[in-house]
Every structure is written in structure tokens, then in C-alpha cells.
Design a binder for this molecule. Structure first.
Ligand SMILES: Nc1ncnc2c1ncn2[C@@H]1O[C@H](COP(=O)(O)OP(=O)(O)OP(=O)(O)O)[C@@H](O)[C@H]1O
Length: 407
């Protein structure tokens, strides 16, 4: 760490009794200038020190977070077998080892045989966990037939065509692929900015191929307990096999499949294990029948190349921000059910929405409708759309300000 240079000397006023009044005045003026100069120097130093303090504070926060990960990630899962006078008998998941151990005194009252618990390296019970089925239900969303159709998605017709080819065709006509002797893509990765319709696309293809839609958020796979993420991945593929035809959709796949960072925390090792499980499930995917796998990310640049190899996510489809025509189509879709006044020029509205995603356009349409309602009108006017746009832009600016303020 660097040490600050010593502080500037305190200026001294030296007045000689022999001096004339004019000389004294000049000496005092000089002294004054010197004080101002030293003051400025000190102010600069203070600003530097404050900047440095901010940086150190960030470092401390970062270390605290890492510490938290280290503290919490080395917990294992076990089941309570029996509660005896000598302590608690637990069975560790994975290796089925039985151990007589102690529970933290605050847990004594709560423990029951059959409970799922988290234990630390020395087998002490740290926490009672939710029911396993609960935690699985939380992590996965299963829909028999999602209510999204291709016609609900605007501005990405090419991407719809590609997804149909890679997912719908192999589900509906597997024999055709066999006869021609072509392997359908193993996994389809949708990538692009947030709110552009990636999840919609996955839901629509499941719906239109009469397949069960099984969604898992990558962030849900990053679990606190050793082996839990890998277990969820196994469950995900098992469930898909039970419910075939099925489309598995892993959103935010970057959470488990990012390029390795330099840090070697145990939390990272757990993420790595989860990714390895995902890769091995995908590698054994050929025999899985009518199950297709899709994933999405906003952070394509962060992905580990291992997941993009042939046989894994080998069909990449970019879903970009919509252009003016796409924006118009999305606006039409989201205003279809609205009572829009005659003469409203949606194409002009769409032209002014540079940088808006599909999700932004959906909020704009709702907001425009709200302006009409607040005004006691039954029709949405051009001015409502303009006001809605101004409101969303102001809200955006406020968000930016909050972000700037936080940093
Ligand atoms: N191309 C589109 N056409 C019509 N509506 C869209 C489109 N894109 C987004 N939307 C609207 O935005 C909402 C969110 O879109 P979606 O969840 O599919 O985006 P995403 O790309 O998966 O976003 P994220 O990366 O943030 O998960 C949709 O429910 C829909 O209302």
C-alpha cells in the first residue's frame, strides 16, 4: 500500500520590526497567497483520500461477499434418521454414510426424523431445509401447453423459422431426419439483449409442437449446497423424459456456464460441477427420445466454449433488438386488443422507439392505455402513445441517475 507524502508545511508570517508599512503589507499579502495555495493543496489531497476510501470500501464489500460464499458453500445435504439422547443420527446424501452428530442448540426443538438438513464439514447440523419436492418445484416451471403462439411474436420471423426447423421439425417428424440421415441440432441457444422475446420463442415452439414446456432459471441451479445443482440438472432431464414430448428451456444459462474466473472459491467449484452435469446430460442426449433442449442468455460473450461444442448447444440463434419494422409489428400485436383511435399512426410511433426492446414496447402500449383511462376516455390517441414514451424515457433516466448515484 502506498503512503501519502508528508503534508505541506504550515505557512509562517514573518514580520521584521524594521519593515516599512508598505513592506509589511506586501509580506501579509504574500502570506495570504501562500495560505490559499496550501489550502488548495490540502483540498486536493482530501479529494484523493476520499476516492481511495471509496475504492477500499468496494474492496471490503467484495471480500465480504467472497467470505459469505466460502462460508455457505461448504454445506452438504443429509436426512435426519433418528433423534437420540446422545445426539442426532443423520445420513449424508450421496454416500449414505450414517453419523451420530449434534445439532445447533437453536435447532433442537425443530428436528424431526425424515427432515432434510444442511450439515457442515464436521457433520454438525446447521439448518433445516425445505422439503425436497418444494425446492424442486421452486426451481422448475412446468407447463403442459404454454399460451404463446408464433403469431404473438413480432419482428423475429427468421428466428422463428430457425427455431421451428431445429426444435419443432425433429419433434414432429423424427422419421424424416432418420430417413435423410441428418442429426437434428442437439441444443438451441438463443442469445441477445433482454426482453427481445427469447422466452416467448421457447414457449411458442413447445406449444406449437404439443410438447410440455419445462423451464429452469440458470440462477436457480446455482445452489448453496454441494451437489444440489447437479442433482437439479439430473431431475430436469428425468422429468423431461417422463413428460415427452418436452422442451427443456434453461434461461440465464450464463449463471452455470460462464468462462472460468480466476477465483478458486468452493462456490465456483460447485457451479463447475453443475455445468459438468449439464454437459454430461447433453452428451447422453441422443437416446432421450422426444426431448429438445433450448437455453437463453443475454451474456453470450461470457459463455464457456465447452457448452457450444458439437453435440451440445450447437445451433446458435441471435435474437436482436427489433428494427423499425419489427417494432411496428410488436406494437401492432400489443395494441391488437386495445381500442386505438382511428388515424393513430403506429408506424410513426414505432419509428421513434429506437433502442426499445419488445418488452419495452409492451409496457409502452399498456402505459398509453393508462393515460386514456386516467383521462376518462375510451380510445387511445396518438398523444397517449407520445406521453407514454416520454414517461418511460423519464423513468429510464431516473434509473440511470440512481445507478450513477450508487456508484
Ligand atoms: N418480439 C416480441 N414480440 C412481441 N412481444 C414481445 C417480443 N419480445 C418481447 N415481448 C414482450 O416482452 C415480454 C418479455 O419477453 P421475453 O421474456 O420473451 O424476453 P426475453 O428475451 O426472454 O428476455 P430476458 O432475456 O430478459 O429473459 C413478453 O412477455 C412480451 O410481452
Amino acid at each position: 500500500m502506498s503512503h501519502s507524502p508528508s503534508l505541506p508545511d504550515r505557512p509562517r508570517l514573518e514580520l521584521d520590526p524594521e519593515m516599512s508599512d508598505a513592506e509589511r503589507l506586501e509580506a501579509i499579502r504574500q502570506h495570504y497567497r501562500r495560505i490559499v495555495q496550501v489550502n488548495e493543496e490540502l483540498e486536493d489531497r482530501l479529494a484523493d483520500a476520499e476516492g481511495r476510501r471509496g475504492e477500499l470500501k468496494d474492496d471490503v464489500e467484495q471480500l465480504k461477499r467472497e467470505n459469505e460464499v466460502l462460508k455457505t458453500s461448504s454445506l452438504y445435504i443429509a436426512s435426519v434418521e433418528e433423534i437420540t439422547d446422545d445426539g442426532v443420527v443423520i445420513k449424508q446424501h450421496g454416500n449414505n454414510q450414517e453419523v451420530l452428530t449434534q445439532a445447533a442448540s437453536r435447532l433442537d426443538e425443530d428436528l424431526r426424523p425424515g427432515d432434510r438438513v444442511a450439515i457442515n464439514d464436521s457433520f454438525a447440523v446447521q439448518q433445516v431445509l425445505d422439503d425436497e419436492t418444494d425446492s424442486r418445484a421452486q426451481a422448475m416451471e412446468v407447463t403442459e401447453s404454454p399460451d404463446v403462439e408464433y403469431a404473438d411474436i413480432g419482428g423475429i420471423d427468421d428466428q422463428i423459422r430457425e427455431v421451428r426447423e431445429a426444435v419443432e421439425d425433429p419433434l414432429e417428424n423424427p422419421e424424416q431426419f432418420e430417413t435423410v440421415g441428418v442429426e437434428p441440432p442437439s441444443g438451441v441457444l438463443l442469445h441477445g439483449p433482454p426482453g427481445t422475446g427469447k422466452t416467448m420463442l421457447a414457449k411458442a415452439v413447445a406449444n406449437e409442437s404439443d410438447a410440455t414446456f419445462i423451464k429452469m432459471a440458470g440462477s436457480e441451479l446455482v445452489r448453496k449446497f454441494i451437489g444440489e445443482g447437479a442433482r437439479l440438472v439430473r431431475d430436469l432431464f428425468e422429468l423431461a423424459a417422463e413428460r415427452e414430448p418436452a422442451v427443456i428451456f434453461i434461461d440465464e444459462i450464463d449463471a452455470v456456464a460462464s468462462k472460468r474466473t480466476d477465483s478458486k472459491t468452493s462456490g465456483d467449484a460447485e457451479v463447475q460441477r453443475t455445468m459438468m452435469q449439464l454437459l454430461s446430460e447433453m452428451d447422453g442426449f441422443d437416446d432421450r427420445g422426444e426431448v429438445r433442449i433450448m437455453a437463453a442468455t443475454n451474456r453470450f460473450d461470457m459463455l464457456d466454449e465447452a457448452i457450444l461444442r458439437p453435440g451440445r448447444f450447437d445451433r446458435l440463434i441471435e435474437v436482436p433488438e427489433p428494427g423499425p419494422d419489427g417494432r411496428e409489428r410488436i406494437l401492432e400485436i400489443h395494441t391488437e386488443e386495445m381500442n386505438v383511435a382511428d388515424g393513430v399512426d403506429l408506424s410513426a410511433v414505432a419509428r421513434d422507439l429506437d433502442g426499445y426492446s419488445g418488452a419495452d414496447i409492451a409496457s409502452l402500449a399498456t402505459e398509453a392505455g393508462m393515460f386514456a383511462i386516467r383521462d376518462g376516455r375510451t380510445e387511445v390517441s396518438q398523444a397517449d402513445f407520445e406521453q407514454a414514451r416520454d414517461k418511460l424515457q423519464d423513468a429510464d433516466k431516473e434509473d440511470e441517475q440512481v445507478i450513477n448515484y450508487q456508484y
